[in-house]
Design a protein around this ligand. Structure first.
Ligand code: FMN
Length: 328
């Protein structure tokens, strides 16, 4: 298996250009350490921990499981009762973390200032070229550009990766990770061809041995094909891509009614319900985040098996399949 060197592997000080994106409830030490041990960059999700102090404990726990670098995600949500983001950021700084992944509303800029002052490298995840350029101007170190295929919040522009990644690569100068829809070596090579220097994956890492969720949910990712997602909250301009299920179908149906509002679906989409789903494996209690890449997920490997497989596949595609197309 060839070694790949890109500006992303250099910046993040990792062996392979593969990052595990922040994932609420799933980005815990078990998964982040497994990804980092396999040569990628594992990421703890800051707000999965109820307090900044507990985030510090989780960082310590992750350090006890890997001596490789890992990052922490900070997602700034557009909610009224916000957590104390700055206290979480301070915990990350105090613990000597070297890389953060940020996402969310423009209020994230305040955290960038704190991270930059502490010499922490910032990978900012966003869903449009204009937001990528704005983040670059404000001094982040890398962009993770999330196409319409992605699990979580794809934004409102609906631009798939095949266009978004090269459109961003034409303008953004700092290194870029391609995100949304990646799950195998073909995707990695495509991302590199489109102008990115690595990939970020969410859904694919949920279906791994180390992902700390119920096996039923991992099986749901396998059972769903590329059509197995729903877009919810469209009319609230906070679009979210989640796994297709009886519950998310219901949410779509309710929000399609002209007079419906968030309150009508709140019981179905509550974070506490989603957490219960991940813990019990009961897909009828809430919603779960998932991307279209489910259509490419057919097994539950360890993170090491997955990353090794992606790298070997990418290597073979570059050296054999693509090289084979060259006319003599
Ligand atoms: C279960 C799950 C939870 C997620 N939670 C977050 C989150 O809290 N913050 C965030 O920035 N992104 C979150 N994401 C998005 C991922 O970090 C990543 O950008 C996305 O999954 C990439 O698309 P993919 O699923 O097609 O790989 C989540 C994704 C999943 C699958």
């Amino acid at each position: 298996m060839g070694i790949m060197k890109t500006r992303i592997t250099e910046l993040l000080e990792v062996e392979h250009p593969i990052v595990q994106g922040g994932m609420q409830q799933i980005g815990r030490a078990e998964l982040a350490s497994a990804v980092s041990n396999a040569g990628g960059l594992g990421i703890l999700t800051g707000l999965t921990q109820p307090t900044p102090q507990e985030l510090k404990t989780e960082i310590e726990r992750c350090r006890s499981m890997t001596d490789k670098p890992f990052g922490v995600n900070m997602t700034v949500f557009p909610t009224i009762n916000s957590p104390d983001y700055k206290a979480y950021a301070q915990a990350i700084i105090d613990m000597g973390i070297k890389v953060v992944e940020t996402a969310g509303t423009p209020a994230v800029v305040e955290l960038w200032d704190m991270f930059k002052a502490a010499n922490i490298r910032i990978v900012h995840k966003c869903t449009s070229v204009r937001h990528a350029l704005s983040a670059e101007r404000k001094g982040v170190d890398a962009i993770s550009i999330d196409g319409f295929e992605c699990a979580g919040h794809p934004g409102e522009d609906d631009i798939p990766g095949l266009i978004l990644i090269p459109a961003a690569a034409d303008k953004v100068k700092i290194p870029m990770l391609a995100s949304g829809g990646f799950g195998d070596g073909r995707g990695l090579v495509a991302a590199l061809a489109l102008g990115a220097e690595g990939i970020n994956m969410g859904t694919r890492f949920c279906a791994t041995v180390e992902a700390p969720i119920h096996p039923n949910v991992k099986q749901a990712y396998i059972a769903n094909d590329e059509r197995g997602t729903n877009l919810i909250f469209r009319k609230l301009h906070n679009t979210a891509r989640v796994g297709k299920s009886a519950v998310s179908d219901k949410v779509v149906e309710i929000l399609a009614r002209p007079d419906s509002a968030f309150e009508d679906v709140a019981p179905y989409v509550a974070g506490v319900k989603g957490r219960e789903l991940l813990e019990t494996g009961d897909l009828d209690v809430g919603i779960f985040w998932a991307g279209m890449v489910q259509g490419l997920i057919h097994d539950v490997p360890t993170c090491k098996e997955l990353i090794d497989r992606i790298m070997a596949e990418a290597d073979a595609i570059i050296s054999q399949r693509l090289a084979g197309f060259r006319a003599a």
